[in-house]
Structure formats: structure tokens, C-alpha cells
Design a protein. Structure first.
Length: 368
């Protein structure tokens, strides 16, 4: 973290969750040990989405660390997956993943040529060092209602592939995908789940070399270069991953709370380490722009052999759409713009391509 702290101002993306709190606490410790300016927590608040509210947790951490400066941005619909901010990036860089990467833009702008630290990767990394709980049949019977125990027993008797699919059945529902596409998603999910069972070291090695991380870092790196900001995401750093594995008990940690307590317990209040709640941000990524496009969409831009057009449109128009359908709506919008451009005489004139939408800035509240 030290290079980031030396590149003042050093901003820390801070939601109030355990991962961002841990990054903020360690950054504060490193800064004070080395006589550097304190990092500045940078917080987004979404007034229209109560499930994102973590004000009490945020204030608890900032008070505990005795930080004097704190920048808070208030947002409403600016992070729509087809809002002006997202459209601007789609036009400059093409389709990106994850589909909410545009939320990084205001953070980078706030860093203003300095640096940005994030807690991205905490979920993936710390879950990998938690041991899988195993129970004997007798323990299962004692801990569950009979009908539930019977169902668990049946599931556990299945071959590994079917057991994984049965355990995660609810989370693997993609009603807008056609059967062939859905089977491929299930196949890849099972393959990944089997790899995770080979141990935390193997899983973390796969994560560090995964398409998942490659795509994520590609768009973030592009945005970082545009903003001239130094971005460091410690949880994805190979040096940290090696240290994490070296410190992890052979059997793993009993739960994520124990893992967080082991690494950061001396730096943060115990209540933060032991919290069981988690903010939900996905609802803030759907707004008027994405819904307007969904209503008018004619199915163009996506492969009809993979999706049901009307089912996908219905998903986008739900009060709380599945975030896993967001890349599809961005791909469809981008395809529609390409089609419009190819049909437009303007595109072939000397004037160049259409103007790019500029990002919308949230209102900033700088507290000292």
C-alpha cells in the first residue's frame, strides 16, 4: 500500500463493509507508521436504495480510526447500466465486464491524479480459506427437521456433479437462456466448483490466472490510465495471496469472521469483524435508461439461439432484475448503436463519430 499512500491524495473506496474497512484500517496504519498523510475514505451513498445504507457502520469505522477527512458522494440513478456514465465507457472501450465497472469513474475522478485503494476481491479470497463444514448423518438428523434431513441425505448421495447442481439449483436459474446455453453455464459452474474442492491454494492460483480477473482488470486499467490515477487492489496482489495462504491453518478457518479476525482483528472494532449483514447494491444499477431500452428492444444484437427474447426483456423490466443479465442489455445497446451508425449518413461524413456522453457527477460532501 505504501506507493499508493505516497501518491497523495490516497483515496480508499469505502462502503463500510468488512473488506473496505480492513483496507482503510491497514492503509491508515501504514500511513501513520511512515509519516504519510492519512488515506481519505471515499463513500458512495444511494438515497433511493435502502438496502445499500450502511451509515452506522461507516461512522463507527471512521471514528475508530480517528480520520478527519471523509468524502461522501450522493447518487441516485447515475449508475444505471445504460445511463450516460456506462454508455460513455461502452462507446470508448466496447463491452466491458463486470457490467458495473463504470462506478469506478467517480472514484478515479475524486482521486485527482493521486491513488485509489479498493477492497475488491475480498469475497473471493476470504471465502476460499474457509473450511467446508461436514456433518455426519446423525448430526444432520439432529440439526434439521426430518423432511429437510431426508432431502439433504438424498442430495449428498448423488454423484458429485449432480450434488453441486442440486445444492446451487436456485442460484443457477437463468430463465432467459435456452436449454443449450443453460446446460453450458451449469457445466462450467460444476467444473469451477470441483476445482475449488481441490484446496484453497489451487483455487487461488486459478483465480489469479482466471478470465474473470483478466476481464475485470482490463477495463479498470483502461479507466485508470484515462484518469492518471494509481490503482492498487491489495486483495488481488500475488504477494498478499501468498501471505494469506502461509497464514491459513491447514484445515482452513472455521468461518469468514474467524479469517477476518485473524488478519485484521487488532485494527477494527470486534463488531465490524463479526457482522453478519451485507449491503446490496445491484438494485442501484437499473433505472429509467435501461428500462426504456428494454421496452423498445426488438431482440437485435443478441444470439437468438442462446436466449428467449421476451423472457430476457421481462427480466430487465422486473422491479429487481438479475444483475447477471446486465451484460446482455449492454451488448444489445452497443449493437443497436453500431447498427444506427452504419445506417446513418452522418457516420460517413467528415464530422467523425457521434459525441460521447459525459459521465454524471454525484454531489460530493467533504467532511473534515
Amino acid at each position: 500500500m505504501r506507493p499508493a499512500l505516497e501518491a497523495s491524495p490516497c483515496m480508499v473506496a469505502f462502503s463500510g463493509g468488512r473488506d473496505s474497512s480492513a483496507i482503510l484500517a491497514v492503509a491508515t496504519l501504514v500511513a501513520r507508521k511512515n509519516g504519510l498523510p492519512d488515506p481519505v475514505p471515499l463513500t458512495f451513498r444511494y438515497q433511493d436504495h435502502p438496502r445499500t445504507w450502511e451509515t452506522e457502520w461507516q461512522e463507527l469505522v471512521v471514528r475508530h480510526l480517528e480520520l478527519r477527512d471523509w468524502k461522501i458522494f450522493d447518487f441516485r440513478a447515475e449508475f444505471d447500466v445504460l445511463g450516460p456514465m456506462a454508455r460513455s465507457i461502452l462507446l470508448r472501450h466496447g463491452l466491458f465486464w463486470p457490467p458495473n465497472s463504470h462506478t469506478t469513474v467517480p472514484m478515479l475522478e475524486a482521486a485527482g491524479g493521486g491513488s485509489l485503494l479498493t477492497g475488491n476481491g475480498g469475497d473471493e479470497v476470504f471465502r476460499s480459506v474457509v473450511k467446508v463444514k461436514t456433518m455426519t448423518p446423525l448430526q444432520v438428523i439432529r440439526s434439521m427437521p426430518p423432511h429437510r434431513a431426508l432431502m439433504v441425505g438424498v442430495v449428498n448421495s448423488l454423484p458429485l456433479r449432480w450434488k453441486i447442481l442440486a445444492q446451487y439449483h436456485h442460484g443457477l436459474r437463468f430463465p432467459w437462456l435456452r436449454p443449450r446455453a443453460r446446460r453450458e453455464v451449469h457445466r462450467r459452474f460444476v467444473e469451477n466448483s470441483v476445482q475449488r474442492q481441490r484446496g484453497d491454494r489451487h483455487y487461488l492460483e486459478r483465480l489469479a490466472d482466471s478470465r474473470y480477473l483478466e476481464l475485470q482488470q482490463a477495463i479498470v486499467s483502461a479507466l485508470t490510465r484515462e484518469a492518471d490515477v494509481q490503482l492498487i487492489e491489495p486483495f488481488f496482489e500475488p504477494l498478499f495471496l501468498r501471505a494469506l495462504l502461509a497464514e491459513t491453518p491447514e484445515a482452513g478457518f472455521p468461518n469468514r469472521n474467524a479469517a477476518m479476525e485473524h488478519f485484521f482483528g487488532e485494527l477494527l472494532p470486534r463488531t465490524v469483524m463479526e457482522r453478519t449483514t451485507k449491503a446490496v447494491f445491484t438494485e442501484s444499477f437499473w433505472g429509467a435508461d435501461s428500462r426504456a431500452f428494454a421496452r423498445d428492444w426488438d431482440g437485435a444484437g443478441l444470439d437468438p439461439s442462446l436466449i428467449y427474447v421476451e423472457r430476457l426483456r421481462s427480466e430487465w423490466l422486473r422491479p429487481k432484475p438479475d444483475m447477471r443479465s446486465a451484460t446482455a442489455i449492454q451488448a444489445a445497446w452497443l449493437a443497436s448503436r453500431a447498427a444506427e451508425a452504419s445506417d446513418s449518413t452522418y457516420f460517413h461524413t467528415q464530422n467523425g463519430p457521434p459525441a460521447i456522453d459525459r459521465p454524471i457527477r454525484g454531489r460530493v460532501d467533504s467532511r473534515s
